[in-house]
Design a protein around this ligand. Structure first.
Ligand code: GLC
Ligand code: MG
Length: 575
């Protein structure tokens, strides 16, 4: 039987449920709100929605601390509302991916409550408990550091042992060496798949297995970890991150997903490291995770050579049957447009890369309208990570950010800016919203940009629809044009797919000066990141057929110049 692999051609939109749309007027986004805005997402043209966790949780890490994997947090809705959402998303021909936090639970979960109660409790071994060192056992069992710095061991007076937490202390790690734990977690996974969910985003998947020896991690000189390497806080996480057993587990999880072949579902892992290190999670025979996040693009300099090198590296490491991912932002990072000086034209150029290069794009809510980071003091952050670093004075926060230590995540989680209206149209509450709305909402909002076909929002919309129209963009091969043909500021590549009528030629001008477009064939159509053509608007808004869709489409003249920060996509017919 042929397994459909629709996930390879999809586009993903990340919803941070707390901030997307408040349907019940309590100042907090919810599932009802997402249902209200499905029409917008359909209009935009994204195909898969990924929801950050909506499960029952004390919300100390806003859902990444799950207390019950089979229930929905009351502020977000009920099991009935998530079922309605799954159904409504499917009815629109879209897919729904849930977040799955497998590494740890909330310390409020029934499992951990039992586990911590007594050394003899049957759930004791569901978490990682160890005796301490030193005469009275008051020293942590070994030198392991948490992913966020500091020892990840926490002492419990009641049973006089330490438990391990990769992230914050209220997020104790599960013990996957206990078969009962693995079974229980895989049951959760199956239960959601049975309820129609199309896949999972896997939270800090690189930390699932810790070495059974509990031996010390080797020292290192690196002060901070980065997207490229989990090494930091002066140690190499040999026994805590990327354990061979975790790589093996990715295959076990894949097998569970593959038992649901119709329609095809997928897993995307949050893992950190170089592309060479990350691709191991996909398995030597593409039998591991379907996708892994590649975060390097978030730090790649806004220069043609830098993106050329990045694409070349992705192509080398994620050649078919593997597939790279294109990520510019998420709920843990500064808004991507910040580093572009808030310029929507530059942002549109990155959108061009994201949606026309080979790979699965992941958009973060608000990115499509150019939402910028919220300017809010570090010291009053609601983010538990910021509290963890509470001793750092406000003044040092920008420095930390530069060092790659992003621990004040409120800034990228402000409410979606729907309109120039009360709370930006996010909530009807008379009180405050859970995080303040960014003050630029009267200018930066969906309503305003929906009316302007030359806006960033329309650029995303046009790209998303072109992607759907041209199979070469969603599924085709990719070929970077030779360096000779393009210069320092120009990046060019081609997408093509055997057996298809159309191929796409893409040119991006990363410079602030106009550039001549290299000579080449005349296309049947072309479009620019800076403005929508009349045909495109008619096509998108009124469903008017595009002339290029006919075999006899006439050639149009090839553009000769690229304006500053302009990207163009030229559609060619195969002769
Ligand atoms: C991941 C999530 C982050 C969360 C952490 C702990 O990095 O993206 O938001 O705080 O894991 O679950
Ligand atoms: Mg609400």
């Amino acid at each position: 039987m042929e397994v459909r692999e629709d996930w390879k051609a999809t586009t993903v939109y990340q919803i941070y449920p707390r901030s997307f749309m408040d349907g019940d007027g309590d100042g907090i986004g919810d599932i009802e709100g997402i249902l209200q805005r499905l029409g917008y997402l359909k209009w935009l043209g994204v195909e898969t929605l990924w929801l950050s966790p909506v499960y029952a949780s004390p919300q100390r890490d806003f859902g990444y601390d799950i207390s019950d994997y089979r229930a929905i947090a009351p502020e977000y809705g009920t099991m009935e509302s998530i079922h309605r959402l799954i159904e409504a998303v499917h009815a629109q021909g879209m897919r729904l991916v849930m977040d799955m936090v497998m590494n740890h639970t909330s310390s409020d979960s029934a499992w951990f409550q039992a586990s911590r109660s007594h050394r003899d409790d049957p759930k004791r071994d569901w978490y990682l408990w160890r005796d301490g060192r030193g005469k009275d056992g008051k020293k942590p069992p070994n030198n392991w550091r948490a992913m966020i710095g500091g020892s990840g061991w926490h002492y419990e007076e009641q049973t006089q042992q330490w438990y391990w937490a990769t992230f914050l202390p209220f997020q104790p790690d599960l013990n996957y060496r206990n078969p009962a734990v693995k079974r229980a977690m895989l049951d959760h996974v199956r239960s959601w798949l049975d309820q129609g969910v199309d896949g999972f985003r896997l939270d800090i998947f690189n930390a699932i297995f810790k070495d059974a020896s509990f031996a010390d991690n080797p020292r290192s000189w690196r002060p901070f970890p980065s997207e490229d390497s989990p090494e930091g806080f002066f140690q190499r996480p040999l026994h805590t991150i990327d354990h061979p057993d975790t790589l093996a587990f990715s295959k076990e999880l894949r097998a569970v997903l593959d038992s649901y072949s119709h329609p095809s579902r997928f897993l995307v892992g949050e893992v950190f490291g170089s592309p060479e290190a990350l691709k191991r999670y996909c398995g030597e025979h593409a039998d591991g995770l379907h996708l892994v996040f590649l975060f390097r693009a978030m730090r790649t300099a806004f220069r043609a050579e830098a993106f050329r090198a990045l694409i070349a590296e992705y192509e080398q490491n994620f050649a078919p049957p593997l597939l790279p991912t294109w990520v510019f932002g998420n709920h843990d990072r500064a808004r991507s447009i910040d580093r572009l000086g808030g310029d929507p034209h530059r942002a549109a150029l990155l959108a061009f890369v994201q949606l026309t290069a080979r790979g699965v794009p992941f958009l973060y809510y608000g990115e499509e309208i150019g939402m910028t980071s919220l300017d809010t003091p570090f010291s009053s952050s609601l983010d538990p990570l910021a509290h963890h670093y509470g001793w750092v004075p406000d003044l040092l926060w920008p420095w930390m950010k530069r060092m790659g230590l992003f621990v004040h995540r409120d800034v990228c989680r402000s409410p979606m800016q729907w309109a120039d209206a009360h709370h930006a149209g996010f909530s009807g509450t008379k009180d405050k919203t859970w995080l303040p709305v960014h003050p630029n909402y009267p200018r930066v909002n969906v309503d305003a940009q929906r009316k302007a076909p030359n806006s960033l929002l329309w650029c995303y919309r046009r790209l998303l629809h072109w992607r759907r129209l041209l199979p070469c963009l969603a599924r085709g091969e990719m070929r970077l044009f030779e360096d000779k043909r393009s210069r320092r500021v120009l990046l060019g590549y081609e997408r093509s797919l055997a057996g298809e009528a159309w191929r796409a030629e893409i040119w991006l001008n990363f410079g602030a000066q106009e550039q001549a477009l290299p000579a080449g064939d005349a296309p049947v159509a072309w479009f620019s990141s800076l403005e929508a053509s009349v045909e495109e608007v008619a096509w998108l808004d009124r469903g008017v057929a595009l002339p290029m869709l006919s075999e006899a489409a006439p050639l149009v003249s090839r553009p000769t110049r690229l304006r500053p920060f302009e990207g163009v996509l030229l559609v060619h017919r195969y002769e």
